[in-house]
Design a protein around this ligand. Structure first.
Ligand code: FES
Length: 323
C-alpha cells in the first residue's frame, strides 16, 4: 500500500509575482542554505498553510538543475482557503512544506509522449517536458485555455530547447477544446503515452477522445480544482463499518466532511484526490471515483475509495479504515 510522505521542513518565500490577475508565481528557497530535497518530473509540494489546511502544488522547473522550488497557484473563486491563503503570503514568510512527492510520474517507455494541459494544469507538465527533453524523448506539449490573453502566461517557464514542441490554443478563438481533442484522437499514434492535467471537465473530455486510441494503460491524468462535492451531486447513505452509525452525505459535502461532523477522526492532506492520505476500504456499495490517485485497476476493483473527493454510485456505501 502506498503511504503519504510525512517528512516536513521549512522554506522561505523569496519571490512572488503575478502571471495574470489570478495566477501567482512563487519561489521558495532553503531557510538554512542547505540544498532542497530533489524532486521528480510531475512531483508536487504539500504546503502547510494552517492547522488542517495543507495544499499540494506542482513543481514546475527542471528537476535536474533546480536549486529552488517554484509553484504557480490560481486563486479560485470557490477557494476552500488554500489558494486564498497562498495569494496572501508576504515575501519573506517561512513556510512548512513536505518533502516533494510524485503522484503523477512519467512512466518508462521509448514511444512518443503527449502532454495535455488545461489552464493551470500545465504546471506539472512543464517539469515533465524538461525531463523528456533531457531524455531526448519525442514529445509534444499542448496547452488549452479559454481566453486568448491567457495563451502566453507560461511562456517564460518553457525551456528554450523545447519551445518548438509547445502548441497553445484558446477555445474563444473559434474551435472548442472538445473539437480539438477529438481531432487529436483521430491522428494519434497508438503507442503514445498521454499525460493530461487540468480541471475535471477537461480531463473527462481528453479521456473520452484519446483513451480509446492509446488504451487505459497509456493514459495518465491529474485533476486540478477538484471540489470535494458539487451542489448537483447525488446524496447517498454512508456507514462506517457494518455495525456503524447510519450517516447521510448530501450533495454539497464530501465523505470526509460528513465523517468529521460525526466525530470520526480522519487524516487528510491535499483534499484534492491526489495524495491518498484519506484512502478507505469499500465494504459494500459502488464507489464513484473522482480522484487522481487510484490506478485504473484499483478503480475497476472497487475495493478502495479516496474519501475527500469520491462519491457513491449505488445509493449506499459502507466503508471502513484500511487494515
Ligand atoms: S487528502 Fe489527499 S487524496 Fe484525499
Amino acid at each position: 500500500m502506498r503511504t503519504p510522505d510525512t517528512d516536513c521542513f521549512d522554506v522561505r518565500l523569496t519571490a512572488a509575482s503575478m502571471l495574470s490577475n489570478d495566477i501567482r508565481l512563487f519561489e521558495l528557497q532553503s531557510v538554512t542554505g542547505a540544498p532542497l530535497p530533489a524532486f521528480e518530473a510531475g512531483a508536487s509540494l504539500a504546503v502547510h498553510l494552517a492547522p488542517g489546511l495543507v495544499r499540494q502544488y506542482s513543481l514546475l522547473d527542471d528537476p535536474a538543475t533546480c536549486q529552488r522550488y517554484r509553484l504557480a497557484v490560481k486563486r479560485e473563486a470557490s477557494s476552500r482557503g488554500g489558494s486564498e491563503a497562498m495569494h496572501g503570503l508576504p515575501v519573506g514568510q517561512v513556510l512548512r512544506v513536505s518533502r516533494p512527492a510524485n503522484h503523477f510520474p512519467l512512466r518508462p517507455g521509448e514511444g512518443r509522449v503527449l502532454l495535455l494541459g488545461g489552464g493551470i494544469g500545465i504546471t506539472p507538465l512543464l517539469s515533465m517536458a524538461h525531463a523528456l527533453a533531457r531524455q531526448s524523448r519525442d514529445f509534444r506539449l499542448i496547452y488549452y485555455c479559454r481566453e486568448a490573453r491567457a495563451l502566453d502566461l507560461f511562456d517564460d517557464l518553457v525551456g528554450a530547447q523545447w519551445r518548438s514542441r509547445v502548441e497553445k490554443y484558446a477555445s474563444c478563438q473559434g474551435v472548442p477544446t472538445r473539437t480539438r481533442l477529438a481531432r487529436l484522437g483521430e491522428s494519434l499514434a497508438a503507442d503514445t503515452q498521454v499525460y493530461a492535467c487540468g480541471p475535471a471537465g477537461f480531463i473527462d473530455e481528453a479521456r473520452a477522445c484519446l483513451q480509446g486510441r492509446v488504451g487505459a494503460q497509456r493514459f495518465f491524468e491529474e485533476r486540478f480544482q477538484v471540489d470535494p462535492a458539487r451542489t448537483d451531486d447525488e446524496a447517498f447513505a454512508l456507514q462506517l463499518g457494518r455495525d456503524g452509525e447510519a450517516l447521510w452525505v448530501p450533495g454539497d459535502k464530501s465523505i470526509v466532511q460528513v465523517l468529521r461532523e460525526a466525530g470520526v477522526g480522519i487524516e487528510t492532506s491535499c483534499e484534492m484526490g491526489l495524495c491518498g492520505t484519506c484512502l478507505m476500504r469499500v465494504v459494500e456499495g459502488e464507489p464513484l471515483h473522482r480522484d487522481s490517485y487510484l490506478s485504473e485497476q484499483e478503480r475497476h476493483d472497487g475495493h478502495l475509495i479516496v474519501t475527500c473527493v469520491s462519491r457513491c454510485g449505488s445509493g449506499k456505501l459502507i466503508i471502513d479504515r484500511l487494515e
